[in-house]
Ligand binder design. Structure first.
Ligand code: C2E
Ligand code: CA
Ligand code: CA
Length: 831
């Protein structure tokens, strides 16, 4: 029975074993873990789930075939580890990636345990393979997350803190201590330490605010305060934290970050200060700073734009709408491109004010952005304009001056040449402004000039120019369609208009004018030449007796050129003493005696021989030359006279001719008198001959005083060429004239022409009644002499008696002259 008991026990044991084995088998099947067995040298014998896991058939993975599914990157390591474990005969594990049934790799954990017999010899290896893919990925994710946080903490400038409220311990990020300069010794990880570092003035406020957050149900806290640095200074910080609460809302800890904003605060303050400076500078400079975004077209403007420009920030059209229409295109181009142009000036109509001038400067800072400033240059523009006006206009009349006139003339000529049109130039010279100045004062003269200016401007078009060239000279520039012939008519209209008297302080003032005209293309193209043409024509108008208009003609120029040429020759002739007086006697009709001589200028030309004024007479119209000739002649005449008298001869009175140009010299009377006294010639031996032109026109203001002074000193004043001029009889009354010479044009025909005879009779009568002597010039025949004598003429002068002779011949002539009364036809002869 013992056996049967043993058997029963054996059976039970086997059944138990079977049960246990089944239970394990079931367990293995139920678990996700694969179980395997391998030979002592590591060759896989069986696996409970490998085939299912990897899709490898059993025949493939048994032995070492399973290694084929290991990821190529892991295979070497797995093989090595696997061998090492078996060699060590101790349990081991390793992880690797396995290619699974779906082709994807999954992380797998393999553990191996040796089964040893009593002698410690390894019988076989058993082990497990677990799919750890998910957990491995999760922990990898956590590791990455932690790494990120760690790096973020390292990277941040902020001090991160984590404060356990229960234990009052605080954990600060590594950077936190560095931020405030604390080294290891000074660190303390408590909330109390933190509070102790808050500036005493801020501490109460900050601790109260954080306490309030903790006690309330709020989560977020933030504050700004000063936090002590290790060196004792304080940092300005912002601190922000979050409260972590348990399910009941009890605050457990706070996590937050402190940021040092000292630098930012300082930078902000500096920025504010510099912005303020900029604002004040812009205000002081009347400047607007702006920036334009080329993509959006919007302009941002400094605040003072509102005051200066009447607009704020916004589209560019805000500005452009107020820009003067003529400048708008400019400005638009400028604000669009910047860079290309560095500055633009334009007129701007301030919405609430007058027009102002602005300048804009800009720079393209990047492709789509232009930054610039706009500033008010109205004052500068005004003063520039004033300066320009002053430089280019005449202050009295407000007309353009000579300088601007030249510019306009040049422009007009260039335009006329381009356009095939015409330009007419009128030079207007007032005839008697000096008289007005002299008689009525300079205020009256100014009034005349202003009136003349406005009369000249009357009826002209905007394209025409009236300028005052200086003194009593004006100029008109008329452009197409006023061609020369029309301009000549216009000149006549102007003369008529200027002739009209104006009333100034109760006086009627008249100021006639002479006008010279020249035109392009009729005359010259060059402005200088055209002006010259007009000037020549003007000269002619004046020579013709003024108050007239003359159109330039080419031959005038040659005459003028000849005059200029002769002037140059005469200048040297005077200097060389080639101009000498010739003397022609004057005979008394009643006694036949010589009563005097007339000195006439002659040029002893080295090649051409003796020349009369017929050749060089134009020189007498040139003030400088006339003066030079005059001075030289007076000296020679005075010297001759002095010498004749010393020789006991009696030449009577010697007359010298003076042109009106000579009366412009400052002290003609004084000069004459002093030369006479130098040569001991009494003024009673001297006579001055003038024509009526001396009383008219330019420079006549000193004439009355000069004549008066000469007369008062005993010099006889003679009115030459009487009857040919324009002067009225009032001149005879007005000036101290003592002697009249009847012009030779009347004498020539006295016998044949009743009219001329009548004029001579009238002149003789006039002279008589005014107590003046009358001389007939140009007496060539005895018949003329008899006739004139019968008419009651006092003296005669002419070829009948003698041609003008050299001074050296006069003594001989005087000594040999024996005259008798004119009645007998024999009387006049040289003994
Ligand atoms: P005038 O003052 O009328 O002088 C008289 C002119 O008549 C002189 O001409 C004289 O030579 C000329 N003559 C005299 N008798 C006769 C005659 O019987 N028949 C003709 N056909 N002519 C006669 P001259 O010397 O050629 O002078 C011309 C003019 O030049 C003068 O006219 C005078 O206006 C001017 N002149 C001459 N010398 C001077 C001078 O020294 N100074 C100035 N300012 N003018 C002068
Ligand atoms: Ca004369
Ligand atoms: Ca004469």
């Amino acid at each position: 029975m013992a056996i049967s008991r043993d058997v029963t026990a054996q059976v039970e044991l086997e059944r138990d074993l079977q049960t246990t084995a089944n239970r394990y088998k079931a367990l293995i099947e139920a678990s996700a873990t694969m179980v395997w067995r391998a030979t002592p040298d590591g060759s896989l014998v069986e696996s409970s789930g490998w085939g299912t896991y990897t899709g490898q058939p059993e025949s493939a993975y048994i032995g070492y075939g399973w290694l084929d599914t290991v990821h190529p990157d892991d295979r070497q390591r797995v093989t090595t580890t696997w061998r090492e474990i078996f060699a060590s005969q101790a349990a081991g594990s390793f992880e690797f990636r396995t290619r699974c049934r779906d082709g994807a790799y999954r992380w797998t954990l393999t553990r191996a345990v040796p089964l040893k017999d009593a002698s410690g010899q390894v019988q076989e290896w058993v082990g497990t393979d677990c799919d750890i893919h998910e957990s491995r990925q999760a922990s990898e994710a956590i590791r990455l997350q932690e790494e990120r946080y760690r790096l973020a903490m390292l990277a941040t400038q902020d001090a991160i803190w984590d404060w356990d409220l229960g234990s009052d311990t605080a954990e600060w990020s590594e950077g936190a201590y560095r931020l405030f300069g604390y080294d290891d010794a000074e660190r303390a990880d408590t909330g109390a330490w933190w509070k102790s570092k808050i500036h005493p003035d801020d501490r109460e406020r900050v601790t109260t605010s954080i306490k309030h957050i903790i006690e309330s149900q709020e989560h977020r806290w933030s504050d700004e305060y000063r936090f002590a640095r290790a060196d004792g200074s304080y940092a300005e910080v912002t601190d922000c934290g979050f409260v972590i609460r348990d399910a009941e809302g009890e605050a457990l800890r706070m996590v937050g970050a402190v940021r040092d904003i000292s630098e930012q605060r300082r930078a902000n303050a500096a920025l504010r200060a510099s912005e303020e400076r900029l604002r004040l500078a812009l205000q002081a400079g009347r400047m607007v700073a702006w920036e334009r975004d080329l993509k959006t077209g919007l302009a941002t403007r400094s605040d003072n734009a509102l005051q200066l420009l009447g607009i704020g920030s916004g589209p560019i059209s805000l500005l452009l709408d107020n820009v003067h229409p003529e400048d708008r295109a400019h400005v638009e181009r400028f604000t669009a491109y910047g860079g290309a142009l560095s500055t633009v000036e334009f007129r701007y109509l301030h919405p609430a004010g007058p027009q102002i001038w602005l300048t804009m400067r800009a720079e393209r800072v990047e492709a789509g952005r232009i930054v610039g400033i706009t500033f008010d240059i109205t004052e500068r523009k005004l003063s520039e304009e004033q300066a320009w006006r002053a430089a280019n206009h005449d202050a009295l009349t407000g007309l353009p001056n000579r300088r601007l006139f030249h510019q306009r003339l040049e422009q007009a000529l260039a335009a006329a040449e381009r356009g095939g049109t015409s330009v007419t130039l009128l030079l207007v010279d007032l005839d008697t402004l000096r008289d007005v100045n002299d008689i009525h004062g300079h205020d009256a003269g100014d009034a005349v000039l202003r009136e003349v200016a406005s009369r000249l401007v009357e009826g002209l078009r905007a394209s025409d120019t009236v300028a005052r060239l200086g003194g009593d000279e004006f100029a008109l520039l008329l452009t197409e369609p006023l061609r020369l012939e029309h301009a000549a008519k216009h000149a006549e209209v102007l003369l008529e208009r200027l002739r009209q008297p104006l009333v100034y302080r109760g006086h009627r003032l008249t100021c006639t004018a002479s006008i010279g005209l020249a035109a392009y293309p009729d005359h010259h193209r060059n402005p200088y030449d055209l002006l010259k043409d007009a000037d020549i024509a003007l000269y002619r108008a004046k020579a013709q007796g003024r108050n007239s208009a003359v159109v330039f003609a080419a031959e005038m120029r040659s005459q003028t050129e000849r005059r200029v040429l002769i002037a140059a020759e005469v200048r040297t002739a005077v200097a060389a003493g080639q101009i000498v007086p010739y003397y022609q006697p004057k005979i008394c009709f009643t006694t036949g005696a010589i009563v005097g001589f007339e000195a006439l200028a002659r040029w002893q030309h080295p090649e051409k021989g003796l020349l009369t004024p017929g050749y060089f007479g134009s020189a007498f119209e040139n003030p400088e030359l006339a003066t030079a000739i005059g001075s030289s002649l007076i000296r020679q005449v005075a010297a001759d006279l002095g010498q004749w008298c010393r020789c006991g001869l009696d030449p009577g009175r010697v007359a010298v001719n003076f042109s009106s140009a000579e009366f412009r010299r400052p002290d003609l009377a004084g000069d004459i008198l002093s030369v006479l006294s130098e040569h001991d010639v009494p003024p009673a031996r001297f006579e001055v001959e003038v024509t009526e032109t001396v009383f008219l026109g330019h420079g006549t203001e000193v004439v009355p005083a000069t004549l008066r002074r000469l007369h008062d000193n005993g010099i006889l004043i003679t009115l030459d060429d009487f009857g040919t001029g324009f002067a009225s009889l009032t001149h005879l009354k007005q000036f101290p004239v003592g002697h009249i010479k009847v012009d030779q044009s009347f004498v020539r025909n006295v016998v044949q022409d009743q009219g001329d005879a009548a004029i001579i009779t009238a002149v003789i009568g006039l002279g008589r009644s005014l107590g003046m002597q009358v001389t007939a010039e140009g007496v060539e025949t005895v018949v003329q002499a008899n006739r004139l004598s019968a008419m009651g003429c006092d003296y005669a002068q002419g070829y009948l008696y003698s041609k003008p002779m050299a001074g050296s011949r006069v003594p001989w002539f005087l000594r040999n002259w024996s005259g008798e009364a004119v009645e007998s036809s024999r009387v006049l002869r040289l003994a």
